[in-house]
Design a protein around this ligand. Structure first.
Ligand SMILES: *Cc1c(COP(=O)(O)O)cnc(C)c1O
Length: 229
């Protein structure tokens, strides 16, 4: 069985190769380690390999892990669906949120961001898979949402996030990720972040401009959801 250290080395190598293959500087692509369902010990192991950014989907699980790992200088990213009654702890305990898809959530995050913390980094989640996906705003809704979010005082709008439908069709995946990049360009807001690419599709996402790849399985192994409701 490969260790987390081996996996991190492999994923870093994949990122370098994918970046070089598409003529991009590898340092433009950052690795977000997705630790949902994984124990604090796994995060600690990855941290020991100089991994600093971690992504979580489930709020309570993330807060518990943050307490256990309070001795480590981790940058925490929230990447899961957000209910409006859960925005306060997200505003208080994370540096990034990748999964904002409506204005009400952004307004609450801005209002609830503690004054002593820097602005909360925000990616807007956009649905580029049509009916195949339920989360994310539509391409049609995006310009107005981005404009409004960019005005909120305690948020810093950084870019877009997308999760295309899983597919073995490389051409389709290229098309999905390219659509995210084109949407970002068309906003003309000077955004610098494209959060796209997971364990299965990271090279394609990097070829189309990803700046964060969100990787879980390839670092920590398959997830076991049997203990979750
Ligand atoms: C779980 C998850 C990931 C990681 O997916 P893997 O396929 O395990 O790499 C990335 N992004 C989001 C939003 C996720 O929920």
């Amino acid at each position: 069985m490969s260790t987390i250290a081996d996996n991190i080395a492999n994923v870093r190598q994949q990122i370098r190769e994918a970046a070089q293959a598409s003529g991009r500087p590898p340092e433009q692509v950052q690795l977000l380690a997705v630790s949902k369902t994984k124990p604090a010990g796994a995060v600690r192991e990855a941290f020991a390999c100089a991994q600093r950014d971690f992504g979580e989907n489930y709020l309570q699980e993330a807060l518990d892990k943050q307490v256990e790992l309070a001795d480590l200088a981790i940058t925490w990213h929230f990447i899961g669906p957000i209910q409006s009654n859960k925005t306060r702890p997200i505003a208080e305990h994370f540096a990034w949120v990748h999964s904002v898809d409506r204005l009400k959530i952004a307004q609450r995050l801005s209002a609830q961001r503690p004054a002593h913390l820097p602005p909360l980094n925000i990616c807007l989640q956009v649905n580029v898979s049509g009916e195949a996906s339920k989360s994310g705003c539509s391409a049609a809704e995006l310009p107005a949402l981005a404009q409004a979010v960019s005005q909120l005082p305690n948020l810093r709008l950084r870019g877009l996030m997308a999760i295309p439908e899983p597919s073995d069709d490389l051409a389709l995946l290229h098309q999905r990720f390219a659509a995210v990049r084109e949407l970002q360009d068309s906003l003309n807001l000077g955004l610098d972040t494209l959060s796209m690419g997971m364990s299965q599709d990271l090279p394609v996402a990097i070829a189309e401009g990803a700046t964060w790849v969100r990787i879980g399985t390839a670092l920590f192994g398959a997830r076991d959801y049997s203990s979750k409701a």
